[in-house]
Design a protein around this ligand. Structure first.
Ligand code: ATP
Ligand code: MG
Length: 175
């Protein structure tokens, strides 16, 4: 029997304590829409969509070949993107984040995965289907990014669930 395809994406999973702080702040704002659960806060690096299970080995190898230093991400702006996604955005993209995404996208393209043609826009979605433009400034959340992962997104009756399939550490910056 063929296994069901998986809806896959690479992402930075938001550490639990930071996700709690971000969601506490989000809940104190009048953003509206459908709030994202703290356990689901993440920053997508590459979205692969529906893929056969047979692709997993190659993706795991690809992930293990990426080399980027750990970095600090400052989420200091709120913006609505797409169809009413209220997001936290970094006003400055740290070079290691750009390097990680470049390496990942190059590797995925070399393996024949079709990626979104839009430029990479790092964002952490806070709430979906937001009707009005948020008029607020976040308290510059600092995220020490130490690793990234490959996730399978599953739709459940309690909402979407992201299953971590594998995670990889970033390297300690030298000097
Ligand atoms: P749901 O769609 O069930 O409401 P979700 O959007 O969190 O929940 P997915 O659609 O599986 O779940 O998406 C997983 C991640 O990939 C999310 O960060 C989503 O924003 C991102 N993503 C989804 N589709 C695309 C796409 N076409 N291009 C880039 N990123 C995408
Ligand atoms: Mg979606």
């Amino acid at each position: 029997m063929t296994e069901k395809p998986l809806r896959l994406f690479f992402a930075l999973p938001c550490p639990t304590a930071l996700a709690t702080s971000i969601c506490d702040w989000r809940d104190s704002q009048d953003l509206g829409g459908r709030p994202v659960a703290p356990a689901n806060l993440h920053l997508t690096l590459a979205f692969l969509g529906s893929q056969p299970v047979a692709k997993l080995d190659g993706l795991r190898q690809l992930g293990s070949h990426l080399r980027t230093d750990a970095f600090m991400l400052r989420l200091d702006q709120v913006q609505t993107i797409g169809h009413g996604f209220a997001c936290l955005i970094p006003s400055q993209v740290p070079p290691p984040l750009s390097q990680l995404v470049e390496q990942l996208h190059a590797g995925l393209s070399a393996h024949g995965f079709a990626l979104d043609s839009r430029p990479f826009l790092p964002h952490v979605t806070l709430s979906r289907e937001v009707q009005k433009r948020p008029n607020t400034h976040p308290p510059a959340f600092k995220w020490q990014v130490e690793g990234f992962g490959l996730f399978a997104s599953e739709s459940t009756e309690n909402g979407v669930h992201y299953q971590a399939l594998q995670d990889w550490p970033l390297t300690a910056p030298s000097g």
